[in-house]
Design a protein around this ligand. Structure first.
Ligand SMILES: [Zn+2]
Length: 233
C-alpha cells in the first residue's frame, strides 16, 4: 500500500497521537534532568569516599585501563579487569557492578563510558547503566534520550530507593511503551493508548517519594497536560 500523502498524514488523528506521545516523552525526560544529575553527583561522591577513603581522587587519570579491557567470564558471568592499577579502576568496576540490577548481564556496555574518567566525571559512571551507543558527547542528562534515562533509572539500584514501588513499575512500563511507540512503523497511536501513556508519564513525574515536589517535574507535568489538551494538534 502506498504511503499517505503528506497532508493526509498530518491530519491523521493517530499520527498526531503518536507525535503527542513522543513530545510528552521529551517533556518527561526534561523534567527528570535536575533530579538525575543531582543523584548521580551524590552517588559519585559516596563512591569516591568509599574507594579512596576520603574526598580526594587520583591526581591524573589512569593511562593503563580501557573499557575494551573489561572481560566477562563466560561460565560465571563475572566482569573483571584482568590488571590492577594505581587508580583503582578494578575497584570502580566492582562498585559500579554492585549497583547494577543484573551485574552478570552480557548487556553492560562498558564502551559507553571512559574508564579513566570514572574518578572525575560522575556522568561517565552513569553511562555504564545505559543502553549501548552512548558517545563522548553525552556529557549529562540533557544529551540523553528518554530511553537512556529510563534505563539508568531501572538498571541502577541507587534510584530504586528514590522512587516508590509504583514509580519503579512505571519506569519499566514507560520504557517498554517508548520502544513500542518509537518502533511503530506506521507512526500511529490510538486515542485510548495516547491517554494511558500520557497519564503514566504524569503519574511517574508525580511520584511522592522525591519527584512530585521538584520544579522540573511540576513543569513537565504542566507541559504534558498541555500536550494532552492541545486542540490545535
Ligand atoms: Zn586503571
Amino acid at each position: 500500500m502506498a504511503a499517505p500523502a503528506p497532508m493526509d498524514k498530518v491530519k491523521d488523528i493517530e499520527y498526531t497521537n503518536w507525535l503527542k506521545v513522543t513530545l510528552a516523552l521529551y517533556y518527561m525526560k526534561s523534567g527528570l534532568h535536575t533530579f538525575i544529575q543531582s543523584e548521580i553527583d551524590q552517588l559519585h561522591q559516596s563512591l569516591v569516599k568509599k574507594i579512596y577513603g576520603g574526598p580526594s581522587v587520583p591526581l591524573s587519570p589512569c593511562t593503563m585501563c580501557d573499557a575494551s579491557h573489561v572481560v566477562r567470564n563466560k561460565h560465571s558471568g563475572v566482569w573483571t579487569f584482568p590488571k590492577q592499577c594505581s587508580s583503582y579502576c578494578d575497584v570502580w568496576l566492582y562498585e559500579l557492578l554492585k549497583l547494577h540490577t543484573n551485574p552478570k548481564s552480557e548487556k553492560i556496555y562498558w564502551n559507553n563510558s571512559h574508564v579513566s574518567s570514572w574518578p572525575f566525571k560522575p556522568w561517565e559512571c552513569a553511562k555504564v547503566f545505559m543502553p549501548r551507543g552512548q558517545t563522548p558527547s553525552n556529557a549529562g542528562p540533557a544529551e540523553c534520550d528518554a530511553q537512556a534515562l529510563l534505563t539508568l533509572l531501572t538498571c541502577c539500584t541507587h534510584f530504586h530507593h528514590k522512587l516508590s514501588q509504583q514509580g519503579q513499575g512505571l519506569t519499566h512500563k514507560i520504557s517498554s511503551m517508548r520502544n513500542k511507540v518509537i518502533h511503530n512503523g506506521e507512526m500511529k497511536v490510538c486515542d485510548a493508548d495516547r491517554s494511558n501513556y500520557l497519564q503514566e508519564m504524569i503519574q511517574m513525574l508525580e511520584d511522592p517519594v522525591n519527584l512530585k515536589s521538584l520544579e522540573g517535574c511540576k513543569d513537565a507535568v504542566g507541559n504534558i497536560r498541555k500536550v494532552h489538551d492541545c486542540i490545535a494538534c
